[in-house]
Structure formats: C-alpha cells, structure tokens
Design a protein around this ligand. Structure first.
Ligand SMILES: NC(=O)C1=CN([C@@H]2O[C@H](COP(=O)(O)OP(=O)(O)OC[C@H]3O[C@@H](n4cnc5c(N)ncnc54)[C@H](O)[C@@H]3O)[C@@H](O)[C@H]2O)C=CC1
Ligand SMILES: O=C(O)C1=N[C@H](C(=O)O)C[C@H](O)C1
Length: 240
C-alpha cells in the first residue's frame, strides 16, 4: 500500500518503520514544518493516511483527507469534542474514517476486562472507582484518550457514574469518576483502574513497555481498512 504519514513524530516514525518492514511504501512524511508538501501529492496514488499529529491539527488533517478522497486511520487524541461532526462529515463525503484512542491489542483486551469488572462492581456496595494514567512529559492532552475510553466503559456499565472529571479539578457531582493524570518520563502509557473500599482494594492495570504495540496496531488496521467505506472502530477490527 501507499501510506501517507500525517504527523511524523514519535509515533509517525515508528509506524513508518513498521510499514516499510511490511513492504508498504511511504507516500509522504508530513510534519508541521513541511505541511505545504501536501499540495504536491497525488491523492489518487495514496491508499491510506495514518494520522498521528497533535490535538489542534487532527481535525484539519481529517477534513483535508475527506476532500481528497483518502481513507484516514487516526490515533491522535485530544480532539474528541469534534468527533460526531467528523464522523458525519466522513459519511457525507462517502469517505473512510477509523479512530482509536489506543491501537494496542493489549489495551483493547484491557478495555473489555474494564467493562466486565464495572458490571461486577455495579452489583457491589461500598467501593469507590478511580482511574490513574501515567505518560511521558511531552504529552499534550490530559486525561489520555485511553483513560477517557476506560471512563466511558465504566460509565456505561456502572450506575454510580455518569461522567468523569480530572481529579485536580473540582467535581460538581457525586456521580463523577475521578481521573488522575501523571506526567513522568519516559512512560509510554500506563493505565490503572481502582475500586477502593474500607475493607479492601481491587486494582487492574495495563503498562505499555514501548510504543511498538500502538504503532503495529495502526499498520494492521490500515491493511484491514483497504477497500472499506464508512466509519470504523477497534470493535469492527477485532473479533472479541
Ligand atoms: N491511539 C494510539 O494508540 C496512540 C495515540 N497517540 C497520540 O498520537 C499523537 C501523536 O503522538 P506522538 O507521535 O507521540 O507526538 P509527537 O509530538 O512526537 O509528534 C507529533 C507530530 O505531528 C506533527 N504535526 C503537528 N501539527 C501538524 C499538522 N498540522 N499536520 C501534520 N503534522 C503535524 C508534528 O510536526 C510531529 O511530527 C498524540 O495525540 C498522542 O496522544 C500516541 C500513541 C498511541
Ligand atoms: O500520547 C501518548 O503517548 C499516548 N497517547 C494515547 C492516549 O492518549 O491514550 C495512547 C497511549 O497511551 C500513548
């Protein structure tokens, strides 16, 4: 496949290496500095754009891809207030859009375990839930996109929680799930779910040892997406 990398930082570079090792061709490596090179590309020669940029750049990148008819796989976090509009735009333009807050298979198994645990805890009294995420200090958004997906998994399955809040900001509701964001180098991504009571604590966690799982997942999804039209998520890609 001919792959356009929109964003060529820590993730874009690793995705490029993995894509080339799987015999794909890189049609472009776009950063904030060389964005004008987009005008020289031939969209008809690009099979997919893999977009790992920055919260403030992602939406503009998606709109450009939809205009040019290029399918997009995005892992950029921190732009979710625009998610419904972007998904509707993808459909309106007869485009292809795949977003995941986390492309690692291990994290997606962890999402399922989180949902199952929330269902069990919903039947149990006396436990307070919380989420902690730890990432490197270059991360621009907080909480992480993965922590938001985890919070949504709890909110959908536990009647005591209706929303989430950052733990260092005041919450206006007892039905809010606190998320603590820590920035410690070189953490590639750690997520911990805790249920704490007077009697005991229950804790599940996922720790990424590197960015390899995120990057490989994005390439595998791009291969899967070829010739598909519409809006997709990891639930469509994975068989569990
Ligand atoms: N969904 C997932 O599995 C994962 C998501 N991420 C997310 O991916 C994003 C990128 O992460 P990193 O590579 O660590 O960041 P980074 O800061 O190392 O790289 C960002 C890249 O985007 C480029 N960029 C900025 N504005 C741009 C624009 N307008 N057009 C094109 N490129 C532009 C920068 O020049 C740079 O090359 C973040 O939002 C992060 O949260 C990171 C890891 C895994
Ligand atoms: O910025 C990162 O590095 C990561 N971002 C994603 C997120 O916000 O959840 C995924 C992963 O945890 C790494």
């Amino acid at each position: 496949m001919n792959i356009l990398l929109l964003g060529y930082g820590k993730m874009g570079q690793l995705i490029g290496e993995i894509a080339e090792s799987r015999s794909h061709h890189l049609a472009g490596k776009i950063t904030i500095e060389n964005r004008d090179e987009l005008d020289q590309l031939k969209p008809e020669n690009i099979d997919v754009a893999i977009e790992f940029s920055q919260p403030e750049a992602a939406v503009e990148n998606f709109e450009w891809c939809f205009e040019k008819g290029i399918p997009v796989v995005s892992g950029t976090t921190g732009w979710l207030s625009e998610k419904s509009r972007i998904e509707n735009l993808a459909i309106e333009k007869n485009g292809t859009f795949f977003y995941a807050s986390n492309f690692s298979i291990g994290v997606n198994i962890f999402f399922k375990v989180n949902q199952f645990l929330a269902k069990l805890m919903n039947e149990t009294q006396g436990y307070q839930a919380s989420i902690e995420e730890i990432h490197h200090t270059a991360k621009k958004d907080a909480p992480s996109g993965t922590a938001i997906t985890l919070a949504e998994g709890i909110i959908q399955n536990h009647h005591s929680y209706r929303k989430w809040n950052l733990s260092d900001e005041p919450s206006d509701s007892e039905l809010s799930l606190p998320i603590t964001s820590k920035r410690i180098d070189p953490a590639p991504g750690t997520h911990i779910i805790r249920y704490q009571s007077e009697i005991d604590d229950i804790e599940i966690s996922h720790t990424a040892h590197s960015r390899q799982g995120f990057a490989l997942g994005a390439v595998l999804v791009s291969e899967w997406l070829k010739d598909r039209k519409g809006v997709f998520s990891m639930d469509d890609f994975l068989s569990f």
